[in-house]
Design a protein around this ligand. Structure first.
Ligand SMILES: [Zn+2]
Length: 193
């Protein structure tokens, strides 16, 4: 699939949506905001599966500061996933469809290309030793308790809280760095990302 990178407008996604069978009105019906890809990404080392990961420069600095602070408190925070491109998200959905799942089922758990917060290069999935990656049980770990108490000091907010509105279910592992966190605190509507 050929993409102009970064993908910066919804219009660029329509032919991709058509190929995947995603309804053209998804941008309005999903309740999810469009997330353009960033202009600049930097290498953020490797995730817990030794895959190379990327974040925006400011998000990387904030993540490293938060990880170090947690370590000083005896908490190990591991990076499970960071930046994902629109093309990667499209492949992810294609693979799930190829495994026999319906589009409706797939889209209940996976945002359509262009609508994953991971496209921003500021969203990260966090794990900790002894807890299965990307499972709700993460919220009973000391790492989650530490994040709840401290993540905001480093600019990270939980994107999909329990009982939250929107198409994405509760994800205690998914945190997003907000550069203008003070402004976001004033405008609660910005949290529905
Ligand atoms: Zn995530």
């Amino acid at each position: 699939m050929a993409f102009k990178t970064p993908v910066s407008s919804i219009d660029e996604l329509q032919s991709l949506f058509a190929r995947l069978g995603i309804p053209a009105d998804y941008p309005t019906t999903s309740g999810l905001p469009f997330h353009p890809e960033p202009d600049r990404l930097v290498d953020a080392g490797h995730d817990m599966f030794q895959r190379p990961v990327q974040l925006t420069p400011v998000a990387l600095r904030a993540w490293q500061a938060m990880q170090a602070a947690a370590a000083r408190d005896g908490i190990t925070l591991q990076l499970i996933s960071a930046f994902r491109s629109v093309a990667y998200q499209a492949d992810l959905i294609k693979r799930k469809l190829a495994s026999g799942r319906t589009l409706e089922d797939v889209l209940a758990y996976t945002a359509a290309p262009g609508f994953s917060e991971h496209h921003t290069g500021r969203a990260i999935d966090i794990g900790t030793p002894g807890s299965k990656p990307l499972e709700t049980e993460f919220d009973s770990t000391a790492a989650y308790a530490w994040l709840t108490a401290n993540a905001e000091d480093y600019g990270f907010l939980l994107s999909y809280p329990e009982g939250g509105t929107g198409m994405i279910c509760y994800e205690p592992w998914h945190w997003c760095y907000h550069e203008t966190i003070d402004a976001h605190l004033l405008d609660k509507t910005e949290f529905k990302e």
